[in-house]
Design a protein around this ligand. Structure first.
Ligand SMILES: Nc1ncnc2c1ncn2[C@@H]1O[C@H](COP(=O)(O)OP(=O)(O)OP(=O)(O)O)[C@@H](O)[C@H]1O
Length: 249
């Protein structure tokens, strides 16, 4: 098995607080991995370390065989990695179309100039195609800052997809979405290329269990268990620390 992402004994301390303590994780190409855990478990911190948004206090992150532990996030697109954040980060003053253009232009860290002349037919078609995949065809000329919450999350996803990553990290993509939007999100995630490696933090267990092949459960900065969705669903320890009554619902 070739690991696309290797996390080795990663520890992150914020002052006296250990957000992560010696996390090890191997993620295979094309794997769909969900990370579950209660608030404060360290899930986003783990994403931040993998995405280069923070450097770990100890340990290493290797992406496609390259040690990226102390490489900042701007190097990640070159390695084919894209992520979304819990709070959407699209440019509020730009339209949906323009935000998608920027994501396309920044693909693999190659920041092409975005002068009007460079916005050719191909780019326009591609932006429209990406918008259609996240059901934003009707909002291409809407200003991002004026989109409804669910649509802003869809735009965030569109921008990540437009980057054509090999490894995609999604931080709670379903948060704040309506039931219908959640269904569409699952459809979208299921439609992604098999070769894409997907890491998902998700509080909606139904979505996590439907999308993931493997689930890692974290609590207090450590991995509590890992297994198939069925194994995790059936684990009494996981019920106690996280799933609570929801598991039996
Ligand atoms: N920049 C920071 N400075 C100080 N403490 C932080 C920082 N980022 C996270 N923490 C703390 O680290 C711990 C883990 O936080 P993290 O956001 O990774 O958890 P999480 O599992 O993603 O939680 P949630 O589900 O609420 O998003 C928490 O106690 C949090 O308060």
């Amino acid at each position: 098995m070739t690991s696309v992402v290797q996390v080795r004994a990663v520890t992150v301390a914020f002052g006296g607080l250990r957000a992560l303590s010696g996390i090890d994780l191997d993620i295979a190409q094309g794997e769909r991995l969900a990370i579950l855990g209660p608030n404060g478990a360290g899930k986003t911190t783990l994403f931040n370390v993998i995405a280069g948004d923070i450097a770990p206090t100890a340990g290493a992150v290797v992406i496609r065989g390259q040690d990226c532990t102390h490489r900042p996030s701007r190097h990640r697109p070159r390695l084919g990695l894209a992520r979304t954040y819990q709070k959407a980060r699209a440019f509020a003053g730009l339209t949906v179309r323009e935000n998608i253009y920027l994501a396309i232009a920044g693909r693999r860290g190659r920041h092409r100039a975005l002068w009007p002349s460079s916005v050719d037919r191909r780019l326009r078609d591609e932006a429209a195609e990406v918008a259609a995949r996240v059901w934003l065809s009707g909002q291409l000329d809407a200003v991002a800052g004026e989109l409804a919450h669910g649509q802003r999350r869809q735009l965030e996803l569109a921008m990540a997809i437009a980057a054509q990553p090999d490894v995609l990290l999604l931080d709670e993509p379903a948060s704040g979405l309506s039931r219908g939007e959640r269904e569409r999100l699952v459809e979208l995630l299921e439609s992604l290329d098999d070769r894409l490696t997907l890491l998902l933090i998700e509080h909606d267990m139904d979505i996590a269990f439907r999308i993931a092949q493997r689930v890692v459960v974290m609590a207090d900065g450590v991995q509590v268990m890992a297994g198939s969705p069925e194994q995790v669903r059936a684990d009494p320890h996981v019920h106690r620390i996280y799933l609570g009554t929801e598991a039996t619902a």
